[in-house]
Design a protein around this ligand. Sequence first.
Ligand code: PSU
Ligand code: MN
Length: 315
Amino acid sequence: MLPLQVATEVVDALAAGQPVVALESTLISHGLAHPANLEVARASEAAVRTAGAVPATVAIHDGRLLVGLATDDLEALATAPTGSVRKAARPTLAAALAAGGWSATTVSATMIAAHAVGIRVFATGGIGGVHRGAFGGRSGATSRATLDVSSDLEELARTPMAVVCAGPKAILDVPATLEYLETRGVPVVAVGQEQVAGFYARSSGIRAPLTVPDVAAAARMVAMHLGLGLGSSVLVTVPVPAGEALAREEMEAAVERAIEEAGRDGIAGPALTPWLLARVAVLTEGASVRANIALIVNDARVAGELARTLVLTRS
Ligand code: PSU
Ligand code: MN
């Protein structure tokens, strides 16, 4: 049994059949630095509300899986000293609950909690996926296959929700990530453009397996998929707002360099993604952080609209 502690507002909304959007917390604790992390967390909740849905940010505190954070809890998590917050995914959920204190939930752990309470829509920034070199083939110290594939992908395959994101994170092997999702039965739907969103960039350069023109059409596809009871999620990708997007070439140069440095410094495991995001931020002189903030809040807004549309089409 999950030791869930669900905020009253979330309990009430779910009981009344109102739209609820789950939000993850690893992007708050590990993805962005203070104070941008707190601003993003608050702005994401506000964006969900403006869209007409109730936000439920998920995190772990003292052995409880919180679904919906109080204002001071959100602040405590966002201002906790660097390194004091654990990163909880499916494989580390039990350890995080046993440890006490604060842990942030990744996409996989957030989905476990959200699905358990009946939330159908979840927003994150960029999903985790197949890291470059996961199956070998990179030069130098990292030529050995690392098998570093995010537990996000397995969760998408086994837990039914709509997950709204700006595509797989650009630090990943994006084509391999999409192949993996296809193999594991996860539909990837691009909204408003032909290509899968590219996280920092508008486009990943890869044609989406499925494209819909707008959120209403995405909601119809999500309703159909979830109605079939196949067990997997739908990954809905929306591009970062144009004003904050990075050019793909500019971003790729920074990403390549960050990955090379990470290999040289022996950064691996759960530390790798936060390390790369922080390093790309330095290499792009903050431009990647502005894109990251914009895409997270935009995803929350779209997820709010999606949740509201899903509720309307259900009744
Ligand atoms: N989106 C962001 N920033 C982040 C993440 C998503 O814009 O930091 C987090 C999510 O919690 C995701 C995690 O589950 O990164 C992936 O980590 P890993 O690659 O170690 O599985
Ligand atoms: Mn990993």
